[in-house]
Structure formats: structure tokens, C-alpha cells
Design a protein around this ligand. Sequence first.
Ligand code: FMN
Length: 360
Amino acid sequence: MIANESTNPVGSPAADSGLAIGDRPIPSRYFLAPLAGYTHLAFRRAIRELGGLGLATTDLVHATQLCSGHRHSLELITTHSEDLPLSIQIFGSNAEQLAAAARWLEKHGYAGIDINMGCPMAKVNGQGGGARLLCDADQACRLVEKVVAAVSLPVTVKMRLGWDRDSITSPYLARRFEAAGIQGITVHGRTRQQGFQGGVDLDGITATVDAVERIPVIGNGDVRSVEDAIHMQRTTGCAAVAIGRGAMLDPWIFRKLADHHEGRIPRDPTRDEQIDFLVRHFTLMREQHAERSCILIRKFVAWYGARLGIPEDLENRLRLFSDGAEFESIVSEIRRRHGERQTNLATALIKVPNGPVERW
Ligand SMILES: Cc1cc2nc3c(=O)[nH]c(=O)nc-3n(C[C@H](O)[C@H](O)[C@H](O)COP(=O)(O)O)c2cc1C
């Protein structure tokens, strides 16, 4: 399978995208970007059921903790037969530990590995991991080579454009990573210094696309509509687009993109579909986390409140409920009063981390 077709991917129907990462065929050119704390199994399953999603990637997982069976790491890599295709994202600065984590994942049946080189968190960067690797090409390449040599699975990298605007390293690194055996590169069109500020630099993504010979480059950053995704593909020539916050704000974005490519008018969700999505997400969360879901769903409420037309007093109750029966009673109330709250998706608030470099 050819990894990155030279034909314009923009016109490809979602069901037969022609895209592969290594030997893994990927059914759509629209991917879910990892959002630590949000893109867990229940969210991935709920969003996959809406259609149109290609590859999803787990939240970043600490390589050493994974190998030592740390409970949180094992929870992050929990998956399901319907949660495919999936890549597990690992991070760290020690090549041996990353290679060991990759071997562990292969042994346990996972099909794809992604190395994090974009995380801007001070704690991660201080130990030489995440975006800090963008500053030391030789170390980053050694690390990549070790991981690639450790497994026969396709290995990808997710990175930013560079550390700051005076150090745009992603094109150079992309070329070297490809030579080292990396099978795909996701590039968030901002520097580490930017955190989540400023606009996404599409020229920077283009330069990364142009730097590689055949592997797919996946563009990422600020895509929140069908038009944004198509614009990124057309402008940069990227093989695929990864969508993070835009998928939280509009879980139907992948379905809309599939509609677009199949020649249909992208469907907005009906009132019932919106509420059903909330219920489905919570139900899938409960399968995995039981009553802890009442707390875990809280962080989604700020996003869903606006998107799903939940009246604000009921949004507040969704932050406080403590069992399944109460959830059901709030949902009945939402069904009755849905539509009281009007949201303009184009201007809806996109949440970013409190401090872009302190924490996600
Ligand atoms: C809350 C939050 C958590 C994130 N967690 C991760 C992560 O675990 N791994 C990663 O590579 N990127 C992570 N990112 C970065 C996103 O994957 C993505 O690159 C960035 O948000 C820009 O894309 P977007 O505008 O589509 O969200 C995170 C971003 C946010 C806002």
C-alpha cells in the first residue's frame, strides 16, 4: 500500500481514503488529535459511532510508567474492538524506555505507536521530552531510530513547528525522521513558545509536507469546520487533518466531512441526536469507570453545554450529579427544554489549557 498518494487527497471519499500509515489502511483522512483528559475510550467510541473518523490516538502515556504497569497508564491504553484504527501515544526522553514501551505495546497487540514531540508542559520538557526534543535533532533521531528498530509496527511522530519562531525545525526533523523509518508525521502549526496563542501557521505545515518524500503529513490546529479542514488540505497539501478541540465542540465534524466527500450537504445533528450523544458518551464511560463517570463527565459539560443546547441551569446540574438515576432525570429535563439555548458554533468558545506551558 502506498502511504501517501500523490493525487490530491481532498476529493477522496471518506470510505476509501487511499491513505495508509505504513501497512495500516486508514478509512478516512480526518483524524482525532489527542486531548489528554478528554479523548479517552468512551469519547473515541461515541465519536466513531457518528461516522467519518479515520485514525484516533490515545492521550500521551508515560513510557516508563506503561512498562511498569502503572494503573493510570493502563487505563489510558484501554481499548475495544470498535476502537480502531488506534495509535498509542508515548512520551519520554529516554530512547531505551521508549523502545521498551513500544515493544510492550506490540506484545500486547496494539497496532500503531505515536511518539509525542509536541507537549509544551514544563514538567515534560524539563526532563527532555515532548517539544523539547524539537531542539535537539540528533537526540530526537536517536530516539526515533531506537523505537522504529524495536518493533515491526508503524511508528509516527506528533510535533509542533519548532521550539519558537527562530527555531522552526519540523521540516528538517520530518526529513530525518522519514529516513529513520517513521511512517507518518502530525504537525501542529504552532511553536512550543506559542502554546495555543496566535493563529496556526499553514506555511509551516506546507514546509513540513514539502520536506518529506512519501510518508503522510497530517496537518493540525484550529480546524473546527468542514471548510477549515478542506482549506488546510488545499493550502498545505497535507495527506490528512487531525482535529482535536474542534471535535469536542462539534463531535459531528467527521460525519460532516464524510458527507461532504460523498457529495451530500453535511448533516447537522438533530435535537435527539445531540442528546443521544451525551447519553451514549456517559453510558460508555460507565462501562469503564462505573460511578466515577459522574465526576469524569464534568469536564465535558462546558463543551457540550453550548454545543448540545443544554440550558445553563441544567448544565450546572450536570456538573454536580452523583448517580445514574440523577443523570437520567437531568437528561429528561434537557429533552423537554432543548433549544432554549441557542449557540453559534462559529463563535462558540474554544477552550484552551489554563497555562499553555504549565499544564494541559
Ligand atoms: C487539553 C489538551 C490536551 C492535549 N493533549 C495532547 C496529548 O496528550 N498529546 C498530544 O500530542 N497533543 C495534545 N494536545 C494537542 C492537540 O492534540 C492539538 O495538537 C492541539 O490542540 C491543536 O489542535 P486543535 O486546534 O485541533 O485542538 C492537547 C491539547 C489540549 C488543548
